[in-house]
Ligand binder design. Sequence first.
Ligand code: AMP
Length: 214
Amino acid sequence: MNIILLGAPGAGKGTQASRLKRKHHFVHLATGDVLRLEVSRNTEIGKRVKSVMERGLLVSDDLILEMIEQQVQQAASRIAFDGYPRNISQAESLDKLMSAHDRRIDKVILIDVGESELIERICGRFTCSQCLTGYHTQFKPTKVDGVCDVCGSTDFSKRSDDDVETIKSRLEIFRRDTETVLPYYDQKGLLYKVEGRSNIDEVTDQIEKVLGIV
Ligand code: AMP
């Protein structure tokens, strides 16, 4: 089973996908994470996409498709796509890519959260620089102030595109481009919506029910 987690920036796609990875052995394929790794390693791709990402704009469809293709080829088990597709052209390319590898998208889950809450969520999030566990100042703080619950590191970072102005542009792109993929999947009978304002465990429960893997 291969799935797509759709939702605006801050809706909780990454959080839920990492739970699906841990509990149900999905490969978590997050295009944003792959790109951030390229930027942090200062690779040729990283140099090309850095300023685009910092402005909250979309990287070219071709480049993303190339990256996705490698990952799909390597993924032995079920895949949870996070951050891809982000427009109709990417959705169509993904369908072709999946069928070229005798795979398909089985379900698409929209994690639905209102816009004002999204901005609050994104502004408060931070990540352990060592093990990459995600936290939030208000909704998911570390148990001991300044110490990662998982690996004990005291080194944390914030995404450079998580400032209010960039978030607004990312939300606008979501409304303009990414929301257009909802009818695309709805017409195929693949679209499911979960209430993303619930707490993290409740959202996971809803997703597991949709996937029939409770
Ligand atoms: P994310 O972590 O999914 O919020 O993505 C962070 C940034 O990476 C986005 O704002 C885009 O600049 C870029 N990006 C991630 N996924 C895609 C995609 N599917 N298409 C184009 N750009 C992307």
